[in-house]
Design a protein around this ligand. Structure first.
Ligand code: FAQ
Length: 325
């Protein structure tokens, strides 16, 4: 496949109009199609942040694999964490169709210049946090990514279809953990409530700043990458999740939460955007720990990369020798 090369992207108004007409007609944009350079850049930005999030997102839960309370829970958690690695790989492959290699992107993650989702900079303090992550974080990811499965860029949209199926399993395993704890002893219920208290607001922040403060949204909506705005998706998540919390008798930690008959929405109190930006800028509770863990994992994997390159070179040599004979 020939990736879409920036130098072939002359921003000719006629081509741009034709491109926008294709988007308006609901057509899928594929790697070899002409696209505005700005569209390509926006996709690389968003998809690389997404891929990094999946990879860094393994760390908070990976922390609990050896401490899962039963073999069944351990197997589910192992499978879930492994799925997240796969999601990262699908999306890095997606960025390769836009002409950007994963090695370059991974370097940006490791040198601290890339963004990844704010949510993964919070600690997992108890087993209930694993329930809360599956329920809330994967739940938020599903709301966001179900829309991205309709994104105008084909490779990204197709990756999202598969990812959403897996995220559904993740959400169920998380909600099941919360349901079990909430129906357990008083101490278990307190543990579940404490996890909800700590993960609720960071989960709402996953959807990004309010629409009025979201510099990328207009362009992404116009080009059909995003199908709904940050606030619309956040509202959908709140409406779904309030009912789920009630069903297992847990309290959403928001004294201002109220149902608005007119819009049929659950309205939330103010989000602490100072906290959000602190975390995004690298000063959340676990930012340094997460990057240190990724760097360590990368260094530990060096011998695998060296071995893979040597193996490929050996085979290339063997092939050229047999062709020459
Ligand atoms: N964290 O103009 P907008 C998962 C940045 S995957 C950090 O509104 P946009 C699965 C944003 O990048 C979770 N930064 O940006 C899982 C921009 O900065 P830039 C990840 C954030 O792109 C579960 C600036 O703020 N999902 O959870 C965040 O239009 C369990 C201004 O914002 C995706 O990445 C944030 N929360 O909308 C894995 C989905 N929010 O680049 C393991 C794809 C915003 O201009 C375990 N991405 N920023 O310097 C998206 O849908 C969008 O990119 C948004 C942000 C909605 C995240």
């Amino acid at each position: 496949m020939t990736p879409n090369k920036p130098e072939t992207n002359l921003e000719d108004p006629a081509r741009l109009a034709a491109f926008e007409a294709r988007i308006a007609a609901g057509e899928s944009i594929e790697p070899k199609d002409w696209m505005p350079e700005r569209y390509r850049k926006q996709l690389v930005r968003m998809m690389s942040q997404h891929a990094h999030s999946e990879v860094v997102g393994m760390l908070p839960e990976g922390n609990w694999i050896t401490r899962a309370p039963t073999l069944r829970r351990k197997m589910s958690l192992l499978a879930k964490v492994q799925d997240e690695a796969g999601h990262g790989l699908y999306i890095y492959c997606g960025t390769e169709t836009l002409g950007v290699g994963r090695h370059e992107l991974i370097q940006q993650l490791l040198n601290g210049t890339a963004k990844y989702s704010s949510i993964f900079n919070y600690p997992t303090l108890s087993w209930a946090d694993i329930g809360a992550i599956g329920w809330l974080v994967d739940g938020a990811a599903i709301v966001n990514q179900t829309m991205l499965a309709k994104a105008s860029y084909g490779p990204y949209a197709r990756a999202m279809v598969r990812i959403c199926k897996e995220e559904n399993f993740h959400k169920r395993q998380g909600y099941e953990i919360m349901t079990t704890l909430a129906a357990g002893t008083a101490a278990q219920k307190r543990m579940a409530q404490d996890a909800l208290d700590r993960w609720w607001w960071p989960s709402l922040m996953m959807f990004g700043p309010h629409d009025t403060d979201s510099p990328n949204s207009d362009e992404l909506l116009r080009w059909g990458v995003k199908r709904k705005s940050n606030d619309e998706l956040r509202q959908r998540f709140v409406n779904l999740t309030v009912a789920q919390a009630k069903a297992i008798d847990l309290m959403i930690p928001d004294p201002a939460l109220r149902y608005d008959e007119a819009t049929q929405n659950w309205l939330i109190g103010p989000i602490d955007w100072d906290e959000f930006w602190r975390v995004v800028r690298g000063n959340g509770p676990c930012n340094r720990e997460r990057l240190a863990a990724r760097r360590q994992a990368h260094d530990d994997g060096e011998w695998v990369r060296v071995a893979a390159v040597a193996y490929a070179a050996k085979h290339a040599r063997a092939e050229s020798t047999s062709e020459a004979a």
